[in-house]
Design a protein around this ligand. Structure first.
Ligand code: SR1
Ligand code: MG
Length: 424
């Protein structure tokens, strides 16, 4: 059974939504014309929510409503409606720090757990573009701004302790969404679980090996504790190419409903892991071998750019905005060797943790419940499984031996080596 819903909550359909929006003067002005002339369509194809696009004479909007259950699974998996509130609050905070990189929020309807936001057009979900081998020349510049600014300005490096504690308290109750991550990423793929799925029978042996791999289970359990307990910054919480909308010139990060105060490396690693997974997927999409060599090279360059750009921007923000209570200036003065040492150690630790989180994100998309279209769209199961085995081989090593990857180039070097070993 779904969770009981509060008084006044009802699931929107096209007509109810039209009626609701007609009572919001700013939205009426934005759409233009009579509400009867608006085109209202439910377009949600995600795992959790209803998503509507509404278009009028003057323009369009996007409306997202939380359902009291996981859409992907159905009413048997109840899910807290308040995720819409956390998404709304995270969006407001991120808009302060990452102007132009997140959608503009136009209205929040607390009783309906419904967010009205700008319609991003002609933007598309980045994952879809990447499956079709589309290059996004400004993505690295934009996403590294987003990551560095959203993480730095919500950390103890930038915020006084009292404000940080208030932020932790505000987002702490987003426990249902955190629990999805705790289970689906850090637990289920390593045990027998009814929600797991994989390309069968091709990967049956791999799934069984994962369940018997003590080193892997130890490493993922350590990582789960890091995720559970390290309240470092306000995370997006689900930062992958399915949560990013793009054009060749613009980037917008959407869907921060998994937001909570957690380890920064989780956001970074999740994005990197999804990009690495995309790198491996093109062997299943090529109609002629080597057809996508240039695209793979762009993906590799993007992976390098994401890490290096993030690290450089994050450290630069830290040097220029020492407004938080951590690493006090009185102890570590500007320009001192000890401050440089502190920064280097901090970023090195973040890198190693991001490598682990990247590996964990790749494993869950191959052996767990929710897979990625990058691989799922490969129709021939043998071709898909061949790509997935390469994903799993690298991912295991990233989780277990993260410390041996001193640089992002070593990660992509190993990805290339695994591929070339198999394909020449
Ligand atoms: C049951 S929700 C499955 C996944 O969808 C979201 O995109 C998150 O990644 C979540 O883990
Ligand atoms: Mg989402």
């Amino acid at each position: 059974m779904a969770l009981p819903t509060p008084d006044g909550y009802r699931m929107m359909d096209e007509n109810e939504l039209r009626h609701l929006l007609a009572g919001l003067p700013d939205i009426v002005a934005r759409l233009g014309g009579d509400s009867g002339s608006w085109q209202v369509r439910e377009v949600g194809d995600g795992n959790l929510n209803l998503v509507f696009i509404v278009e009028g004479n003057n323009g369009g909007i996007c409306v997202k409503q939380a359902l009291p259950y996981v859409r992907l699974v159905g009413e048997s998996w109840p899910l807290d409606l308040n995720r819409a509130f956390f998404e709304y609050r995270a969006s407001v905070i991120q808009a302060e720090h990452c102007h132009g990189l997140v959608p503009q929020i136009l209205h929040y309807e607390p009783t309906l757990f419904l967010i009205v936001m700008e319609l991003l057009s002609p933007h598309i979900i980045m994952r879809r573009g990447m499956i079709d081998a589309v290059i996004y020349p400004r993505f690295v510049e934009h996403i590294t701004d987003y990551m560095a600014r959203s993480l730095f300005f919500t950390s103890d490096l930038a915020l006084p302790a009292a404000q940080r504690k208030a932020m932790i308290t505000e987002f702490c109750p987003n426990t249902d969404l955190c629990k999805i991550t705790e289970d689906l990423i850090f637990t289920h793929p390593y045990m027998v679980h009814e929600l797991n799925r994989w390309t069968s029978p091709q990967l049956d042996g791999w799934a069984a090996a994962w369940r018997g791999d003590d080193q892997l289970k130890l490493a993922i359990s350590r990582l789960k504790l890091d995720f559970l307990s390290r309240a470092e910054a306000l995370l997006h919480g689900d930062l992958h190419t399915g949560s990013i909308m793009v054009t060749p010139d613009e980037t917008r990060v959407i869907d921060p409903e998994f937001a909570f105060v957690g380890p920064m490396a989780f956001d970074i690693g999740k994005l990197l892991g999804n990009l690495v997974l995309n790198f491996f997927s093109h062997d299943g999409h090529e109609t002629v071998s080597h057809e996508r060599d240039a695209y793979r090279a762009w993906v590799v360059e993007t992976i390098h750019g994401v890490w290096h750009g993030f690290a450089q921007k994050f450290l630069d923000l830290w040097t220029r905005h020492r407004t938080g209570d951590a690493y006090p200036r009185d102890l570590l003065p500007e320009g001192s060797a000890i401050f440089a040492q502190a920064q280097n150690a901090f970023i090195e630790q973040m890198w190693t943790d991001a490598v682990r989180y990247a590996g964990a994100s790749m494993i869950r998309r191959t052996l767990g419940l929710a897979h990625n279209a990058d691989l799922e769209r490969i129709e021939d199961p043998d071709r898909r499984a061949a790509c997935e085995k390469r994903v799993l081989e690298l991912a295991r090593d990233l989780v277990v031996n993260a410390g041996s990857y001193a640089s992002v180039e070593q990660v992509t070097g190993r990805a290339r080596a695994i591929r070339e070993r198999d394909l020449g």
